[in-house]
Design a protein around this ligand. Structure first.
Ligand code: FES
Ligand code: FES
Length: 186
């Protein structure tokens, strides 16, 4: 019989922990949100973060699970138009709020200008950080359609990327801003 690898042991530990968590979790509650433009009602354990509810209860896995400590920004979503770290936010706190995730950026089958610009500029490599960057940038462009590079850097300061070196991400946000500004003038 094959010896257990550290991965097997870790998987068993996770299973035991998951079972214990399930047995001790408080009863589910029902809450209403406006999620990506739709009114929804969702049942979840009240000790769950917004990140956990989005991914595990609503199946929206576009929001990424990174450090879970508020350091990486991979879990960024918009709550009432403001970027929020969903790993540090209880879902219950957002009851009744407007929540936007990366799944809601494309509208009517058309990518958001930021998504187009990330593609044009090659601003995503592994892509793990991309949803968080897109949401932070979308929040910036909602209030400032002609941001300077310094303003873009400041808006994205809470988002970490291990692959791109940031230059292309900043270029992509500037390009999206330019295109959005031009189309609003047209
Ligand atoms: S997963 Fe939320 S900040 Fe890293
Ligand atoms: S593209 Fe890989 S972490 Fe940013």
């Amino acid at each position: 019989m094959r010896e257990k690898s550290p991965y097997d042991l870790r998987a068993s530990a996770r299973g035991i922990y998951g079972f214990f968590e399930m047995m001790t979790a408080p009863p589910k509650i029902l809450a209403k949100f406006r999620l990506n433009g739709d009114e929804i009602e969702c049942a979840f354990h009240p000790n769950k973060t917004l990140l956990e509810v989005l991914r595990e209860d609503l199946g929206l896995t576009g929001t990424k699970h990174g450090c879970e400590m508020g350091h990486c920004g991979a879990c960024t979503v918009l709550v009432a138009g403001e970027p929020v770290l969903s790993c540090l936010t209880l879902a219950l706190e957002c009851e009744g709020s407007e929540i936007e995730t990366v799944e809601g950026l494309a509208r009517g089958g058309n990518l958001h200008p930021l998504q187009h610009a990330f593609t044009t500029c090659g601003a995503a490599q592994c892509g793990y950080c991309t949803p968080g960057f897109l949401l932070s940038a979308a929040a910036l462009l909602q209030v400032n359609d002609q941001p300077s590079n310094a303003e873009i850097k400041e808006a994205l300061a809470g988002n970490l990327c291990r692959c791109t070196g940031y230059t292309k991400i900043i270029e992509a946000v500037a390009l999206a801003a330019e295109r959005m500004h031009e189309s609003s003038d047209a």
